[in-house]
Design a protein around this ligand. Structure first.
Ligand SMILES: *[C@@H]1O[C@H](CO)[C@@H](O)[C@H](O)[C@H]1NC(C)=O
Ligand SMILES: *[C@@H]1O[C@H](CO)[C@@H](O)[C@H](O)[C@H]1NC(C)=O
Ligand SMILES: *[C@@H]1O[C@H](CO)[C@@H](O)[C@H](O)[C@H]1NC(C)=O
Ligand SMILES: *[C@@H]1O[C@H](CO)[C@@H](O)[C@H](O)[C@H]1NC(C)=O
Ligand SMILES: *[C@@H]1O[C@H](CO)[C@@H](O)[C@H](O)[C@H]1NC(C)=O
Ligand SMILES: *[C@@H]1O[C@H](CO)[C@@H](O)[C@H](O)[C@H]1NC(C)=O
Length: 687
């Protein structure tokens, strides 16, 4: 008896201890911002952090990361394991800022899970699940996704939707982001999730009616009609104790995902949040360089206005460095000729990085900042017109992406045209691939460069206010910086098109072997012809061979045909660059080779878009095993037509001129463009 009592007394503290968490279990929370909250209030993991101003940042712009933020203690959602789940309600303000306008990923999710430690992956898994547990009933996961990427795998409806997810990322119900101002369908107003605009969301589960409502709005007033209503009894999904919080993830494309405020309540409406009293997002990233450029341009403009008269007078004596009105409208910094002359030590041959038909690329060091630059000098007798030059500066100067070679500024002096670029220490990609290279890039490095170029092209096609077509994607236009990041160079040919308007049909540019067959036929370069060239690049990087190998036997001359033949025979890996010594990731290699074939399709409509290409490279979607022969859809015909058109010189003077001068089968196939000037005859940078 005494021992029993003793035991009970011993157990008492334990019983009390066991009871405490239950009785102290919260049933609501209210965070109007997260300022000053510590680990007692929120449990963060991954890259999630609370910013000093009280904004909860789930992810930043880093690729393939995830961030989680959960309330530290679980909420009680049921009385007993077999019981009925309680009603609950949550309200939160979110904001998504894509890394580049319109290009972000992947999304965030309001999450109710049995554990704060989720077995999860980033990218399309939103940091809440992974490929092994998708759809498993034992996940006991309820989530509302705010998804900014259209994943084929999960049947997403678009790249801007809200979905209710149970145990899976294939949503049980989803709708394009928006809200209803009235009762009928026609009153729907669209909202763009990744627009940095704060969006208020409500998730309400009514246990009596077994229905989940999701409502979003750009204002603090809750619209009457929910965006989504899904009839489901959550009792089998929710356990007695569940953690509540948020998850977000990024893929190759990244967004910063923010939560600005959050309230939650069991068995009652969540305390309302007022958008105006929540912390604000940090201001748009200030681009230091553009600020400098902006300032220097305005300084230049002011100074120039003042001295314009003086210059005019001076012009009578010496016709040099005259600045014309249009030159002042050009974005990037205008360097003085003297500055660049000094930087390149008077354009000395010793500083020469590369040379071609139109001019030369010099290495330079800017006198004031000690910055290393590459100066592209287009010489007086070149046929490349001033207009092309001007369009090049105006367009590239405003493009900014970590995988583009940045144009820093320019200068014009009489017929001398000079472009100043970031210096790329490791030169161009082709010198690592062909003709017994001194340094061999590993597969890992090559795969990284491929992804870099893909992300730059996607930016050009979709991430900028206008569609920019590169027109001359090839290994010698891919430069490697100090860390061997791939950077796409040479936008001399890029023309800007307004979205939706037809590209002009004036001139055929590009390089043999990379030129899509429809281009000579139609005279039109399109995003899809860039994809074709990218396909050729994929194959040359994987095989270490040029798209056209002039010295090879006729049947081995066209790389894409060789790869296709081996693919048909089921021996595609025979094409892998022997210089890799068999060291490569087979899954990635197969994907790149197949993707190369897919992009090389003769029919533009059969090629994927750069957005899809990025998805493939990220491994989010598998490249189909069934491929159409690249020649189908007119590859061969187009090619013959193209060769024919070369002979009949349907290209304009400038390009045929360049062709003639570059007919050097030993070095590379002819570029039909002014860009050939930076084909790597020299030792380093081309652009
Ligand atoms: C954060 O946690 C501390 C300690 O548990 C608590 O005193 C405080 O009230 C919490 N803050 C909010 C806003 O809930
Ligand atoms: C994102 O956050 C992680 C961890 O805080 C950090 O290491 C990384 O540099 C950040 N990335 C960017 C692009 O700011
Ligand atoms: C849960 O238990 C409490 C008392 O412990 C009771 O008041 C409540 O009605 C129960 N709820 C449900 C849904 O059974
Ligand atoms: C679901 O997950 C459980 C526990 O992780 C595991 O034992 C089970 O095999 C999984 N079921 C399926 C169909 O994958
Ligand atoms: C929807 O929810 C139920 C659970 O109620 C689940 O079993 C089902 O597979 C879910 N998915 C879809 C796409 O309907
Ligand atoms: C709203 O979005 C839907 C689907 O994305 C689209 O079909 C519709 O045209 C858009 N409406 C407006 C007014 O932009």
């Amino acid at each position: 008896m005494a021992t029993k009592l003793n035991m009970l007394l011993k157990l008492l503290p334990l019983l009390v201890f066991l009871l405490i968490p239950v009785s102290s279990q919260p049933n609501q929370l209210f965070y109007a911002g997260f300022k000053g909250l510590g680990s007692n209030n929120m449990t963060l993991d991954g890259v999630a952090e609370i910013e000093p101003n009280g904004v909860l940042k789930l992810t930043n712009d880093s690729s393939k990361v995830m961030g989680h933020a959960f309330y530290p203690t679980p909420f009680r959602f049921k009385n007993s394991s077999g019981g009925k789940a309680f009603s609950f309600s949550s309200s939160f303000a979110l904001a998504i800022v894509p890394e580049f306008p319109k290009l972000g990923g992947h999304g965030l999710a309001f999450t109710i899970a049995p554990s704060k430690d989720l077995k999860a992956h980033p990218s399309q898994y939103l940091g809440i699940l992974d490929s092994s547990n998708i759809g498993n009933f034992s996940n006991h996961l309820f989530a509302v996704e705010f998804d900014t990427a259209k994943d084929f795998e999960f049947g997403d409806i678009d790249d801007n939707h809200v979905g209710i997810d149970i145990n899976s990322l294939a949503s049980n119900a989803s709708a394009s982001a928006g809200y209803y101002t009235g009762d009928d369908d026609s009153s729907k107003q669209n909202l763009t999730l990744q627009s940095r605009v704060p969006i208020l969301a409500w998730v309400d589960y009514d246990a009596a009616k077994s229905v989940v409502h999701v409502t979003i709005s750009a204002s603090s007033t809750k619209p009457k009609r929910p965006l989504l209503s899904y009839h489901v009894d959550l009792s089998p999904i929710l356990k007695e104790s569940m953690y509540v919080g948020f998850s977000a993830s990024t893929g190759l494309l990244a967004s910063s995902h923010y939560i600005l405020g959050w309230s939650f309540k069991i068995n009652g409406p969540a305390p309302p949040l007022d958008l105006s009293s929540l912390p604000q997002l940090p201001g748009p990233k200030k681009k230091h360089t553009s600020l400098i450029i902006g300032v220097s341009v305005s300084v230049v403009v002011l100074a120039l206005c003042a001295v314009l008269f003086g210059i005019y007078m001076y012009r009578r004596y010496k016709n040099a460095d005259v600045i014309e009105a249009w030159e002042l409208e050009i974005g990037p910094h205008r360097y003085s000729y003297q500055e660049l002359k000094k930087a390149t030590k008077g354009f000395k041959d010793k500083e020469l990085l590369g040379q071609g038909g139109f001019g030369s690329v010099y290495k330079g060091t800017l006198p004031n900042s000690n910055t290393q630059v590459a100066v592209k000098r287009i010489s007086h007798d070149s046929n490349q017109g001033l207009r092309e030059f001007v369009s090049e500066i105006a367009s590239i100067g405003r493009l900014r992406h970590r995988n583009l070679v940045q144009l820093l500024g320019w200068c014009r002096r009489l017929g001398d045209l000079l472009l100043v670029y970031d210096f790329m220490e490791n030169g161009s990609l082709d010198k690592y691939l062909f003709n017994e290279p001194e340094t061999i890039l590993s597969w890992e490095q090559r795969f990284k460069v491929i992804k870099d170029v893909a992300s730059a092209l996607l930016y050009l096609h979709e991430g900028y206010e206008q569609v920019v077509i590169h027109r001359d994607v090839k290994a010698s236009n891919v430069l490697l910086d100090g860390e061997l990041n791939g950077r796409l160079g040479d936008f001399g040919l890029a023309r800007l098109y307004e979205h939706g308007t037809n590209p002009s049909t004036t001139r055929v540019v590009g390089t043999l072997g990379y030129l899509a067959p429809e281009v000579p036929r139609t005279g039109k370069a399109t995003p899809s012809s860039d994809v074709f060239a990218f396909g050729a690049l994929l194959l040359e990087v994987a095989c270490g061979l040029r798209p056209l190998e002039p010295k090879a036997m006729p049947e081995d001359m066209v790389l894409v045909d060789c790869v296709w033949n081996k693919f048909k025979q089921g021996r595609i890996l025979n094409m892998v660059d022997p210089k890799l010594n068999g060291v490569f990731n087979e899954r990635e290699m197969l994907m790149v080779l197949k993707l190369g074939l897919l992009c090389s399709n003769g029919s533009p409509t059969a090629r994927p878009s750069m957005r899809q290409v990025v998805r493939f490279l990220e491994g989010e979607v598998g490249v189909p095993d069934e491929l159409r022969k690249p020649g189908e859809g007119g590859y061969q015909e187009g090619f013959d037509e193209f060769l024919h058109s070369l002979e009949s010189s349907s290209f304009d003077q400038m390009n045929t001129g360049s062709y003639g001068r570059n007919r050097d089968m030993d070095s590379s196939f002819p570029s039909l463009t002014g860009t050939s000037l930076f084909s790597p005859h020299g030792k380093g940078q081309t652009m």
